[in-house]
Design a binder for this molecule. Structure first.
Ligand code: TMP
Length: 205
């Protein structure tokens, strides 16, 4: 397992409130326990450029932002994160765990926003050195469970309403059409159960 985890690029993704930050942390601890150097990053963000782009994207004052503009900004933050961190880390044999990646742009802007998942993937192919990670684990959750986990002020994306977020969920569930490394876990279960299922998938890979 130790050798197999080195240099692997693993993404956890899903609708807001799916619990992916907790699952990234738990998976990161497990990978470290296997004796493998592991790093985890959030997308958008992590780099100075990426965190500034994140602020622009999530600021509720920017309500008129178009889906195409969102796609380009999310992709720009991602390209910077790849250059500054992910690429050198993978080269050094680290296991890289991501909190979101292009799978989010496909589901949010591509499907829910109507931009088109194929177009998102085309822009990704033209602007990123790597579009698909070794595995993308989608943490699937219904709107009600997700809302119960988000008892705080909502950012601009989270404020887009139930219809948008129902489409985001569908967008994530359709992703395996585009790549065979996309897998879905039922994230409405309790934290330990979800972690066990995530581990099972990672071990299978
Ligand atoms: P986060 O809070 O999970 O870090 O994600 C920030 C928000 O941005 C979240 O509502 C999902 C959204 N998002 C997109 O709409 N498209 C994307 O490509 C990414 C990465 C996130």
């Amino acid at each position: 397992m130790n050798e197999k985890l080195k240099g692997k690029f693993i993404v956890l993704d899903g609708p807001d409130g799916c619990g992916k930050s907790t699952q990234v942390r738990m998976l990161s601890e497990w990978v470290a326990d296997q004796g493998v150097d592991v790093v985890s990053y959030r997308d958008p963000g992590t780099t100075i450029v990426g965190e500034k782009i994140r602020e622009i994207l999530l600021d509720p004052a920017h309500e008129g932002m178009g889906d195409n503009v969102e796609v380009l900004l999310y992709m720009a933050a991602r390209a910077q994160l790849w250059k500054e961190h992910i690429s050198p880390d993978l080269e050094h044999g680290k296991c890289v765990l991501m909190d979101r990646w292009i799978s989010s742009t496909c589901a949010y802007q591509g499907v829910a926003g109507g931009f088109g998942a194929e177009k998102v993937l085309k822009i990704g192919t033209d602007s990123l050195e790597r579009v698909w990670p070794d595995v993308t684990v989608v943490l699937d959750v219904d709107l009600e469970t997700a809302a119960s986990r988000m008892q705080r002020d909502l950012d601009r994306m989270e404020q887009k309403g139930d219809q948008y977020h129902a489409a985001v969920r569908e967008g994530f569930l359709e992703l395996s059409v585009y790549h065979e490394t996309v897998k879905v876990v039922n994230a409405a279960q309790d934290i330990e159960q979800v972690h066990a299922e995530v581990l099972k998938l990672i071990k299978e890979f």
